[in-house]
Design a protein around this ligand. Structure first.
Ligand code: ATP
Ligand code: MG
Length: 770
């Protein structure tokens, strides 16, 4: 069939076309939200392929999430009118580096079947090191060391390269422990997340031949969301692009939101220095959002200093103003959002109707999700939680995965430790110690240590018999994995049965046992999408999006961080309160760095919306065990008044909507420049003077806080205890920030950053916003 020469170029604007057609040499696309950066990047991939510049497997394309990678692959396929066969190197930094590292593992002392540790494993391992070194783990919790090591790895510092200026870290033991930790990982044939990049950078730096091979192989390099790359990622890219310099990076400094994870927005600014003569493309037309939404977003981000500054305009219809609404508390906010979503689905108040798929709730902190989930379950509103490891973080899922890991690689000692006595096999601390010793003395893995111990009759009674069953089981499952005859799904079920793990939960009488069994079933279901267990384990280790399986339209719930790069016709942004958004931590910090990152997050949130953007806040919020009254977010003050409509919740307060926000403008095109006037802003005072807010206050006088507080607190207290887990960051009014180090009844052990270790009743603590 005759095809137009390059249909993927047709719907690009001239600047985008320039970025797509400048195939050779470095290209930097630096532009605001919704200007079609990702679209142009995708078109570039199609163009590279059809012009014969590169085969699909010679293109290295880095996206920020696995979801984004899938979408990009689909889009390229649609542009080319065919399914794209294998773009094996389109994925996240982590996914790509796992593949590369499996090929070259031996260069950093690993075997190619290395295990990827999750944060839980990582912390258990660190804890062992800390205890072995006789360091007070209450004062120097493993989580703190984990954070430190991550920080170093993000900067591509191996233990040998950690600069002297860091010598005092972790009570002067940081570098040394980091070194031990790296050695221990090697013994275990394991890596953590940070290692994936660190090892690849090391390999490329130490083995020029390997580097050269990939410099030749990856003829073209493309990177989306470049503003959020950290130093290690940056070095890795620079090494690969050094020879041919065919690298195209796209990003937006205003959307840099991973500074807390070591991202360096400076990487963007360095690009032109690293790659002199780069084609720099600026895109200014936003194709995503209405003028009101864009102006509101610009108004907020204007308050940041030191921006590169960009012009953004849109030709979209004026549309709805950004809607702002205050609620009594978090539950009412969730209730209102639920009702609003239902009525928007039907199409009310002169708006078109929206499919549930078109609506998203973007929260600042993941604990905000629960109120919405509870509410939506109650009213039967289908929803999905996108992004994040929640499902895979559950205890029973971790246990089951440990069994799978052992089936794939029996000398995964951390997995063995996790399940050796789960379910209970009468193998207490003593027995486990014997296994450890037998393993150490023979330089063997724990499974082999256990075998030796049994052979030498070093263990007796019920424990020995049970241990025998376990090690035999592991050997059998491993054989089955290797033989590859049985489907991995069947095998997973067999493993869970033969290990006694399923039976354990069946016999368990606790109220949560049925849910745990459901989750285990879900886990086996999740395996269906994969070829084998190893592929699945990798997927989980890389924390894929956790979308539920059922069909039909659903509202999406996710964090603002997880919403990067996405767009939805209608977006809800709840919880705009000081202390939640911006987070308390960013407000307590001296300097503006944290606050400015929060503001960029607000910019990311608003700019996800195409047609309707609804911002809300609650006057009171139950944060774990505590009621807190809150002020509307300072970012609300920064919303330009002309583009905001304050809503009164109908029904709840007997009010109706204020003047309808349907003031369609005569001019379809407005400029929302980054330097737009700063003086005309909706202020918190406007909100306080709004009828909705006044009614809210009247109501607060009618309903004294003390009464509902008490009755609710009783329920809350019980929850609060189980709400915390070891390693959680918490805040206490008197002692400040700290980390949970242990739990005991209704008491929580906390190691406070400034005040030292304390044992406290859970309800006096709140989870610190991320
Ligand atoms: P973000 O900064 O949020 O990642 P982005 O710059 O990557 O945004 P895209 O997601 O690529 O923007 O594009 C935003 C929307 O605009 C998409 O729906 C896209 O299809 C549309 N779009 C982009 N360019 C054009 C164009 N030239 N003509 C029509 N629509 C376009
Ligand atoms: Mg994008």
């Amino acid at each position: 069939a005759a095809m137009r020469p390059s249909p993927w170029l047709d719907d690009l604007n001239p600047a985008q076309r320039q970025a797509v057609e400048a195939l050779d040499g470095p290209v930097l696309m630096l532009a605001g939200a919704g200007t079609g950066k990702t679209k142009a990047l995708t078109a570039r991939i199609a163009h590279l392929m059809t012009t014969g510049r590169a085969r699909p497997n010679e293109i290295l394309a880095v996206t920020f999430t696995n979801k984004a990678a899938r979408e990009m692959k689909d889009r390229v396929g649609r542009l080319l009118g065919q399914t794209v066969e294998g773009m094996p190197w389109l994925g996240t930094f982590h996914a790509i580096c796992v593949k590369l590292l499996r090929r070259h593992a031996e260069l950093v002392g690993l075997k190619s079947n290395f295990t990827i540790l999750d944060t839980d494993d990582q912390q258990r391992l660190l804890k062992q090191l800390i205890v072995a070194e006789n360091i007070d783990e209450k004062r120097w919790p493993p989580r703190m060391l984990a954070g430190l090591i991550d920080h170093w790895k993000n900067r591509a510092w191996t233990p040998q390269k950690v600069p002297a200026s860091e010598a005092s870290a972790f009570n002067h033991r940081g570098t040394e422990l980091y070194d031990y930790y790296q050695r221990r990982l090697k013994e275990l044939n394991a890596v953590d997340f940070g290692d994936l990049l660190l090892h690849m950078v090391t390999i490329f730096q130490d083995h020029p031949d390997v580097l050269e091979q990939y410099q030749r192989w990856f003829r073209y390099i493309l990177v989306d969301e470049y503003q959020d790359t950290n130093v290690a990622q940056y070095l890795w890219l620079r090494l690969l692009a050094q020879s041919h310099k065919n690298i195209c990076c796209v990003g937006d400094d205003d959307q840099s939101i991973y500074g807390w994870r070591g991202a360096e927005v400076g990487n963007i600014l360095r690009f032109e220095k690293d790659f002199p003569g780069a084609t720099v493309v600026r895109l200014e037309q936003n194709y995503r959002s209405t003028p009101h939404i864009l102006a509101a977003a610009s108004g907020v981000i204007d308050a940041n200093q030191g921006r590169l500054g960009k012009t953004l305009w849109t030709a979209e219809e004026q549309g709805e103003k950004v809607r702002l609404i205050g609620h009594w508390d978090g539950d009412e906010e969730a209730r209102w959002v639920g009702e609003e979503i239902e009525s928007m689905a039907k199409g009310t108040r002169g708006m078109r109707s929206f499919s549930l798929d078109d609506m998203a709730i973007l929260v600042r902190a993941s604990h905000q999700m629960r109120a919405f989930e509870d509410r939506f379950l109650t009213i039967g509103l289908p929803y999905r939680v996108i992004g994040g490891p929640r499902f895979y973080e559950r205890m029973e899922i971790r246990d089951a995965m440990a069994y799978f890991r052992l089936a794939v690689s029996p000398d995964d000692d951390l997995a063995f430790e996790r399940i050796v006595n789960t379910p209970k096999r009468g193998l207490g601390d003593k027995a486990q110690q014997k296994i450890q010793i037998a393993a150490r003395e023979n330089g063997a893995s724990l499974v082999d240590g256990a075998r030796i111990l049994l052979q030498d009759k070093g263990l007796g009674g019920k424990g020995a018999a049970e241990l025998r069953v376990l090690v035999d089981g592991i050997a059998r499952w491993h054989d089955a994995v290797r033989a590859g005859e049985r489907s991995h799904i069947e095998l997973a079920e067999v493993i869970l049965d033969e290990s006694g793990y399923t039976t354990f939960w069946q016999n368990e009488k606790s109220p949560e046992a049925p849910g745990r069994l459901e989750n285990l079933k879900e886990l086996v279901k999740a395996l269906e999408g994969f070829e084998n267990l190893q592929g699945f384990l990798e997927h989980v280790a890389l924390i894929m999006d956790n979308e539920s399986e059922s069909e039909g339209a659903k509202v999406s719930i996710m964090t603002l961080h997880g919403a990067k790069g996405l767009e939805f016709p209608a977006v809800f942004l709840p919880g705009w309160e000081d202390g939640l958004f911006p987070s308390q931590r960013s407000m307590d910090e001296s300097g503006l760095k944290g606050l400015e990152e929060e503001r960029r997050l607000a910019y990311v949130g608003i700019t996800r919306a195409e047609e309707v953007c609804t911002i809300s806040f609650a006057a009171n919020r139950r944060v774990y065990g505590q009621w807190q009254s809150a002020l509307p977010s300072r970012f609300i003050d920064e919303l330009p008044a002309d583009h905001v409509e304050v809503l009164t919740p109908p029904g709840l307060y007997g009010g109706g909507y204020g003047a309808a926000g349907m003031a369609a403008s005569a001019s379809p095109q407005i400029m929302a420049e980054s330097q737009s006037d700063l003086h005309d802003r909706a202020s918190r005072a406007d909100v306080y003077n709004s009828p909705g807010w006044r009614r809210l206050q009247e109501r607060s006088q009618q309903r004294p806080m003390s009464q509902p507080r008490e009755s609710r607190n009783m329920v809350v207290d019980a929850e609060a205890v189980s709400s915390f887990t070891e390693g959680d960051r918490v805040f206490h009014q008197k002692f400040g920030y700290g980390t949970v180090t242990g739990l005991e009844g209704d008491k929580v052990d906390v190691s406070f950053d400034k005040a030292g270790s304390k044992k406290l009743v859970g309800r006096f603590l709140v989870e610190a916003a991320q």
